[in-house]
Every structure is written in C-alpha cells, then in structure tokens.
Unconditional design. Structure first.
Length: 73
C-alpha cells in the first residue's frame, strides 16, 4: 500500500462507533488497527485517515477540546 503525503488523524470519542460509520456507512476498509491503543488506519480509493480514541493524554490532545463560541477553522 502506498501512503498519501498527508493523512489526517481524527480524535474520536468512541472508536468502535467511528469505525462502524467509516467502514459500514462510507465504505472504508480498516487497513491496520491497534486495538489496545484504540487506533485504526482506514482507506477508501485515494482517501486515507487515522482514528484515535481520545485517551486524554499528551499524545492525543494538543489543546483544549472545548468549542469556542464561534468554532475553530
């Protein structure tokens, strides 16, 4: 498998629910999974992404996840 130049990693609150959505609803395939870390790498056609369940440690959070009044980005 070739990897894209940029692969987003999304922090999710429930890894199993998120995998179900991306796999069963959107048609992604789970290419790699680390169940003990609640991490999954998924792909569909030319799209690739990573899912990581929020475990409240320094590796999954780089800032406060509370939404500001007008959102981010």
């Amino acid at each position: 498998m070739e990897f894209n130049s940029l692969i987003p990693e999304l922090i999710v609150s429930d890894i199993e629910r998120s995998i179900h959505f991306y796999r069963d609803v959107l048609g992604f395939t789970v290419e790699y999974e680390r169940q003990e870390e609640k991490f999954a790498f998924l792909a569909v056609e030319n799209a690739q992404l990573m899912l990581l369940q929020d475990n409240e440690n320094e590796h999954s959070r780089t800032g406060d996840l509370d939404p500001p009044p007008r959102g981010r980005g």
